[in-house]
Design a protein around this ligand. Structure first.
Ligand SMILES: [Zn+2]
Length: 413
């Protein structure tokens, strides 16, 4: 491994691929709206596949559309080291979220090719399907099918807002594959990603070494009221579901501030009101909320405290409020050995680095329960992400790409 300590990826070439990607699904403000399995996602996937094939990789597509681009190793029966992330974006997304991890993986392979370096273990650049969950819920569904955490049938039957199933969307762009893959055939995963928060940028730290993930609890709150005319119905006779939703939102916000001193947060992120019409009191509101904290026990406690407040919120709003079970993920640690390879590489370069937990969801979190995984964060301007103005410079990402290359080389031999 020492032998290749001077090996450097070609940052100009990587940047060019990022620019090409930024042209597919571009928004007027310089971001991307490349929803999973859209026409644009299909176009990006074909471009990525072409680049992989030009680099001598064999691309396999599994039934949920995850793309695996294999580079053989000396050890013919060796398990492949995965490196990658996702190429889909939010509807008002940035041009680096996820994309950097996939295209940096490609750049690692191109660099090895250029120097005729054959690793002992095979390498595999991966693009996970529907990481964002902006079109099909839940997010990170491609990696969840790969690990067996979600069934293929469940995933293929998810629908978007127009009623199109994920399965039909995969067929439409030609990425419904037949080459199923499973974790036991892989060695580990390295995912490079922008931080999506301000810590690295504000502290001028070059790298985040991600040791684990925040515990995340998502849930749906249903508020039930009664329809009525907004004119004649007197104030004391109203059961306005939106008023209940307002009280719930404030309670969730208070929970967030209570969690804040120890690093936690709590969010109401979506609200659907019915019938949502002029002149009529809404009788039903569905809200999607989430709580996050480094400590799973603290999230559980916050959730219990919020649940205890429901009768008070019902009384204030004269509505019925129900909490429906949602989802949870995170709260895990990444593999100490693979994280150690990342740290060693960072130290060998002399980069400033900080251990941190990821506060956002990432495919690597699903994978980490099945395969040794590690994540590397690069700073992003102002910590802005899931935003069209998301931005990084070559100088921001170069340490991360260098470390990715060296950590993967150290592991793959
Ligand atoms: Zn991402």
């Amino acid at each position: 491994m020492q032998r290749y300590a001077n090996l450097r990826p070609n940052m100009a070439r990587l940047w060019e691929t990022l620019e090409r990607s930024a042209g597919i699904g571009a928004t007027p403000r310089g971001g991307l709206a490349r929803l999973a399995l859209s026409e644009d996602d299909g176009q990006m996937r074909r471009l990525f596949q072409g680049w992989c094939e030009d680099a001598g990789l064999k691309v396999a597509v599994d039934p949920i559309g995850n793309m695996f681009a294999f580079r053989p190793g000396r050890d013919k029966d060796g398990k492949a080291v995965l490196l990658g992330s996702h190429l889909d974006t939010q509807i008002k997304g940035g041009r680096f979220d996820g994309i950097l991890g996939v295209l940096a993986g490609l750049e690692v392979v191109r660099t090895l090719n250029e120097h005729d370096i054959e690793t002992r273990l095979p390498l595999c650049v991966v693009n996970w399907t529907n990481e964002e969950g902006a079109r099909f819920e839940p997010p990170m569904i491609g990696s969840a099918v790969f690990t067996g955490d979600k069934s293929l049938d469940f995933a293929l039957s998810r629908t978007d807002k127009d009623g199109i199933t994920l399965g039909a969307a995969l067929e439409a762009i030609g990425f419904s594959g037949t080459q199923a893959q499973s974790p036991e055939h892989f060695d580990s995963l390295f995912e490079l990603h922008i931080e999506q928060g301000p810590k690295l940028d504000e502290s001028r730290t070059q790298l985040g070494i991600v040791t684990g993930a925040f515990a995340v609890r998502g849930f749906v709150v249903e508020v039930l009221g009664e329809t009525g005319h907004v004119g004649p119905t007197p104030m004391p006779k109203r059961h306005n579901a939106l008023v209940g939703a307002a009280h719930v939102t404030l309670a969730i916000e208070e929970t967030g501030w209570a969690l804040h001193p120890t690093g936690g947060k709590s969010t109401t992120m979506r609200l659907k009101a019915e019938p949502n019409l002029l002149g009529i009191l809404p009788d039903r509101v569905e809200m999607t909320c989430d709580m996050r904290h480094p400590d799973d026990a603290v999230v559980s406690r916050a959730m219990a405290d919020f649940t205890r407040r429901i009768p008070e919120l019902e009384a204030k709003s004269r509505c019925t409020i129900r909490i429906h079970e949602g989802w949870s993920y995170g709260g895990m640690e990444f593999d100490k050995d693979r994280v150690g390879l990342v740290r060693t590489a960072a130290e060998n370069f002399g980069y400033s680095h900080a251990d941190m937990l990821t506060e956002a969801g990432h495919d690597a979190m699903h994978i980490a329960n099945h395969l040794p995984a590690a994540m590397i964060f690069t700073p992003c301007e102002g910590g802005l992400s899931h935003n069209e103005l998301e931005n990084v410079t070559i100088a921001d990402i170069e340490p991360g790409v260098n470390v990715l290359l060296q950590a993967v080389l150290a592991r793959a031999g």
